[in-house]
Design a protein around this ligand. Structure first.
Ligand SMILES: [Zn+2]
Length: 196
C-alpha cells in the first residue's frame, strides 16, 4: 500500500497478518527500508523513521498495513571514539571501477580522499550502499573497521535513518567469516542502547 508523509516522522506499521519480510520503497522504486524477521520467525508490528515523501510498503504476506505517526524522529546521541588518525578531510572523488574481483564492495584511498566503488557495491540495495559509503568516509578518521561501522550508523541516524537497514547492510554486504560475525555482533552490542 502507498502512504505519504508531509514531514519527517517516527512511525508504527502494523499488519493484520504475520510478516517475515517487509520493504518500503520510495517514489522512484528504491528500497529505503527493509526489515526481516530472524530465524524464520515473523512479526506484526514495527517502528521506523521516515523522511517526508511518498512511499510504498509491501511484505511477503500482506500489503495492507496500518500506518500510525507516533511523532518526530527521536534524537540520536552516540559518543564516537576519538579519531585514530587524520587523513584527507573529505572524500572528494568517487571512481567506479569494473573490477569485480575485489573482496569488498568499496575501498578508499584515505590519503587522497578517493573512494573506489566496484560492481559488488552496485549489486547491493540502496540502504546498504548508503551505509557502506558512510563507512568508507569513516576511514578518513578511523583505521578500525568496527569504529567505521559506528561512524556510519551515527551519520545515518543523525540524518533520520534507521538501525535495521544498517544491520542488514553488514549481514548482506560482508563475506561470511568468523571475524565478520564478531564484527556484526559487536556492532549490534554498540547500537542496542541507542534509539529504537
Ligand atoms: Zn572498512
Amino acid at each position: 500500500m502507498n502512504f505519504t508523509l508531509q514531514r519527517a516522522s517516527h512511525l508504527c506499521f502494523e499488519s493484520s497478518l504475520p510478516v517475515a519480510i517487509c520493504t518500503i520503497t520510495d517514489s522512484t522504486g528504491k528500497t529505503i527500508y527493509a526489515r526481516r524477521a530472524k530465524a524464520n520467525g515473523h512479526f506484526y508490528k514495527f517502528c521506523a523513521n521516515m523522511k517526508a515523501g511518498s512511499y510504498r510498503i509491501s511484505s511477503n504476506t500482506s500489503d495492507n498495513f496500518k500506518v500510525t505517526v507516533l511523532g518526530d524522529i527521536p534524537a540520536w546521541n552516540m559518543q564516537l571514539p576519538a579519531p585514530q588518525w587524520v587523513r584527507a578531510s573529505a572524500i572528494t572523488k568517487t571512481i567506479v571501477t569494473g573490477d569485480s574481483k575485489r573482496l569488498s564492495p568499496a575501498e578508499t584511498n584515505v590519503k587522497l580522499g578517493i573512494m573506489y566503488l566496484n560492481p559488488k557495491f552496485f549489486a547491493l540495495p540502496f540502504y546498504a550502499q548508503e551505509f557502506i559509503k558512510a563507512h568508507e568516509e569513516g576511514h578518513l578518521f578511523y583505521k578500525s573497521e568496527e569504529y567505521c561501522d559506528l561512524y556510519a550508523v551515527n551519520k545515518i541516524m543523525k540524518q533520520g535513518g534507521n538501525l535495521s537497514p544498517c544491520l542488514l547492510a553488514l549481514e548482506n554486504g560482508l563475506k561470511r567469516s568468523p571475524n565478520n560475525v564478531q564484527r556484526t555482533e559487536n556492532f549490534f552490542k554498540s547500537i542496542v542502547h541507542h534509539g529504537k
